[in-house]
Ligand binder design. Structure first.
Ligand SMILES: [Mg+2]
Length: 451
């Protein structure tokens, strides 16, 4: 159970039967008000009262997840998809992957991240819909606006998922979850599920459990509440794999010593877990007991920016591969510039035809957001790793370890960088207007190539 103690300074004003409490929360400095004045304050005679109270509180955390999000947006575009087995993603004959699948499709065993070809084998009447990312981004933004209308304490963890800390709101966690669900359902036409608990770990698992308990062809649109004090009891019967931080490897090792459920893990001597798993053993024991003190992190930071591509057929031509590296570097560069970020580490990812995957990284001596610098580093890594003629299935480029870009530090910048930056800006604005393929640098064109 997650409890916290909080010293509050409260100024209460009472006029007849009406009263207001203004509280100053120590540490956070948030001014809040409540129209429901606690009885112990209402009982105090006098109009104005300044009191310091120490309050024991449970946190109230919501986990929101939009149900089969991409599919739900596609249903808004084309209502005839409603209730049908369909999947959003790449075409099965081009090694497409399922990005999202409707609940009707899930009944056939179709899952996201599955090869589309396999999905079609499992469900021959599956309708394959290509993705419309612009629409998903817009819908996500609108849903997150509803979330932020409830509280500023929001940690968005993906395009369709967020944690909310609603400890300061007077209503119950369940009432707040209902209110938020109704807003998303009614105003946006999107189904969503919520988990309610005293911490992030249990709220997220509660949501998973709530969703999977609904078995129809329609989105679950569920709400699952775990009351304060019931965390460990709720988790006990669930498989250890449900626990955050337990990947397939840890789960296998736990099952090897006879631990299958979270309850069994909670009962296992902690000293033994530490002996077997090191520091991680402590975390396992705490989480199994439903304890998680992690705050809702409002300043969610992007840690890396990357792009990758799986080729429709394996590629062994060096020129084509280098051209792809350049295109990927450009996309990464553009996203960095749009966000005002520069990165010091450049990563290159390669997957061979047999699915073996390698990543190689290089550290620059300065942060960059320039396509040319990102690409030069990626190409060097590629040249060191790729045996000429070897077939490549997937290629990726990424940048991480963000810092201030070198040109932002140098007052004048050296001539080359300055020139590159200006060229970059012009290219960005042209691509913004005419699309990715509209402009290419001369170095990217090969004789006879018109793309
Ligand atoms: Mg979702």
């Amino acid at each position: 159970m997650t409890r916290f103690y909080r010293k509050t300074m409260q100024l209460s004003i009472r006029v007849g039967d009406w009263g207001w409490v203004f509280g100053w929360r120590a540490g956070l400095g948030v001014l809040y008000w409540r129209s429901q004045v606690p009885p112990e304050v209402m009982g105090i005679p006098g109009w104005v009262q300044l009191a310091e109270r120490t309050v024991v509180m449970h946190r109230k955390i919501l986990h929101l997840d939009l149900d089969a999000f991409f599919c739900a947006v596609e249903e808004l575009r084309d209502p005839s998809l409603g209730g049908k087995p369909f999947a959003v993603g790449g075409r099965p004959d081009q090694r497409g992957v399922v990005a999202s699948c409707s609940y009707a499709a899930r009944r056939f065993g179709v899952r996201s991240a599955m090869a589309m070809a396999k999905a079609v084998r499992l469900c021959p009447e599956l309708v394959v819909v290509s993705s419309h990312f612009g629409d998903y981004r817009d819908a996500s933004r609108q849903a997150m606006t509803r979330v932020h209308n409830m509280t500023p304490l929001v940690e968005q963890i993906s395009i369709d998922e967020a944690f909310l800390d609603v400890s300061d709101l007077p209503e119950s966690g369940e009432a707040l979850a209902r209110r938020l669900q109704k807003a998303v359902n009614d105003e946006l036409g999107l189904p969503c599920s919520l988990g309610v608990a005293t911490n992030k770990l249990v709220a997220k698992i509660a949501n998973n459990v709530g969703k999977s308990s609904v078995e129809t062809d329609m989105p679950p649109n569920s709400i699952k509440v775990v009351p304060p004090g019931q965390e460990a009891v709720f988790l006990a019967p669930l498989p250890v794999r449900e626990l955050w931080g337990v990947g397939p490897k840890t789960a296998e090792r736990l099952e090897g010593i006879g631990i299958h459920t979270i309850g069994e893990l909670a009962r296992w001597p902690q000293a033994d877990l530490v002996e077997r798993f090191g520091k991680h053993g402590h975390d396992l024991a705490r989480r199994a007991g439903g304890i998680d003190d992690r705050p809702v992190e409002t300043g969610y930071e992007i840690k890396s920016i990357s792009h990758e591509i799986t080729f429709a057929t394996d590629v062994s031509d060096g020129t084509a591969l280098r051209r792809t590296l350049r295109q990927l570097s450009e996309r990464v560069g553009r996203r960095l510039r749009r966000k005002g970020l520069g990165g010091i580490t450049v990563k290159m990812k390669l997957r061979w035809a047999d699915f073996t995957t390698l990543t190689r990284q290089a550290t620059l001596d300065h942060a960059t957001d320039l396509d040319s610098e990102i690409c030069a580093a990626a190409e060097q890594l590629f040249d060191k790793t790729w045996p000429r003629g070897k077939k490549v299935r997937l290629l990726g480029v990424g940048v991480s370890r963000f810092a201030v870009c070198a040109y932002q530090l140098a007052l004048w910048g050296d001539g080359d960088t300055e020139h590159d930056r200006r060229l970059q800006k012009t290219l960005d604005s042209l691509r913004e207007r005419f699309g990715d393929e509209a402009v290419r640098r001369g170095s990217q064109l090969k004789p006879g190539n018109t793309d």
